[in-house]
Ligand binder design. Structure first.
Ligand code: GDP
Ligand code: MN
Length: 395
């Protein structure tokens, strides 16, 4: 789960990581109030969306007057901001962060993330801050410092020095960096964050380190330990179908292809996507209906898959282990009747009561394509999707 910049900065404040003074506004009036509350004569207006690249997209504006703040708020609020990270449709802007401007001497990059392969936290730092760190990593990887942290000992002084020297800091800044790195590490471990990113971490004109931007990703699997943080979820920033899936306890991830997949078990879902690919197709989603799939959940899963307009064929691949295939067949039939399915559906059932399930589907009078094996199913669904594409093009 991702947090907004202003939410991450509230956590930074709690952990005494230096940030600019700021206030959140959801209306133009509140934006004007924020200016008065913050004081001064210039402000930074920052659109709050779950994507970076806002600066280049007009979502971060240095305003020289309150009128400009209000005009900017007027333009940004209730719009969708498209950045290189937001996807083509952009993300809705419902809140702004108004900040006192920082006079920047230089911009660096600092993040702390979980390195899954090494099972450790890893600091990443670069003096090439402010810009797209992926581009820095791709073109000049030597400009990125990597410092792993061992969980048994935490952040060590030599690690602070390595990063501090890499960033060209002086003695005073080195002390600030030590505190910053310890506090970031404490925040990440206590909140179960998988990523805390400060880009840019700036040195202001007084020579002090300040977190000008903040990105924070929480580990979904640990959210149950943080009910207070879970309240910070902003569903408007998330894939709509993924939010619906979560409400029905379905494990759904939106992808870019056109073959909808409904599978029970995450491993089988991965294998199914692989086979679809192998046979020349592209999955529209990952969907694990779970071990305890019921007719009702299968119906919900179908609705979810079919709400994606990219889907031109559906592959149902169910292994009846705990769940019985006849129950699944019932769910499929119910769903197809309820949802008025317009696309071809290929079904492969295996395991407990598979024969009964297939017989029920065959006798249902519904236009379902049954398959005898996983490869056969993948072949059939790819062919069906292609046929459906051609008919749509012809129509
Ligand atoms: P992002 O583009 O979504 O990553 O948004 P950021 O918060 O990183 O802001 C983008 C850029 O705007 C930063 O790299 C800075 O160069 C600039 N910026 C943001 N806040 C300030 C500020 O207070 N003062 C100045 N001078 N520039 C700022
Ligand atoms: Mn940034």
């Amino acid at each position: 789960m991702n947090l907004h910049e202003y939410q991450a900065k509230q956590l930074f404040k709690h952990y005494r990581i230096p940030i600019p003074a700021g206030a959140v506004a959801a209306t133009t009036d509140a934006a004007a109030d924020a200016c008065i509350q913050l004081g001064g004569s210039r402000w930074v207006v920052k659109a709050q969306i779950h994507a970076g690249g806002r600066g280049k997209a007009g979502g971060v504006v240095l305003a020289d007057s309150m009128t400009e703040v209000v005009d900017t708020a007027q333009r940004l609020l209730d719009s969708r901001l498209i950045t290189h990270q937001s996807g083509a449709e952009g993300l809705p802007v419902t809140q702004l962060l108004i900040e006192q401007p920082t006079a920047i001497a230089s911009e660096c990059y600092l993040s702390l993330l979980v390195n899954r392969a090494a099972e450790q936290f890893l600091f990443m730092a670069s003096s090439a801050g402010g810009m797209d760190i992926e581009a820095v990593a791709a073109t000049t990887p030597e400009q990125i410092l990597l410092v792993p942290v061992h969980s048994a000992v935490g952040v060590q002084p030599y690690q602070v020095r390595r990063i501090g020297f890499g960033l060209g800091l002086n003695d005073v800044q080195m002390k600030q960096l030590a505190l910053l790195m310890h506090r970031l590490y404490q925040l990440a471990t206590e909140c179960d964050a998988s990523l805390v990113e400060i880009n840019p971490l700036v040195i202001n004109e007084a020579g002090d380190l300040i977190a000008l931007d903040a990105k924070l990703t929480l580990d979904d699997n640990a959210l149950y330990r943080h009910p207070d943080l879970e309240l910070l979820r902003d569903s408007s920033q998330e894939d709509e179908r993924e939010a619906v899936a979560r409400a029905h306890e379905l494990n759904y991830i939106s992808l870019h292809g056109n073959i909808g997949c409904m599978v029970n078990g995450a491993g089988l879902a991965m294998a199914t996507m692989d086979l679809v690919k192998l046979h020349g197709g592209a999955p529209a989603n990952f969907l694990d209906v779970g071990g305890g799939a019921t007719a009702a959940r299968v119906t919900e899963a179908f609705k979810l898959i079919l709400s994606d307009s990219k889907v031109t064929a559906v592959l149902v691949n169910i292994f009846g282990g705990i769940v019985r295939c006849d129950l699944i067949a019932e769910g499929i039939m119910q769903a197809v009747r309820e949802v008025a399915v317009q696309v071809p559906i290929v079904v492969r059932l295996e395991g407990t009561n598979a024969a009964l399930g297939l017989q029920m589907l065959a006798e249902s009078g519904l236009a379902l394509i049954t398959a005898s094996s996983l490869s056969d199913a993948a072949n059939r669904v790819v062919a069906a999707a292609q046929r459906n594409n051609t008919t749509e093009a012809a129509a």
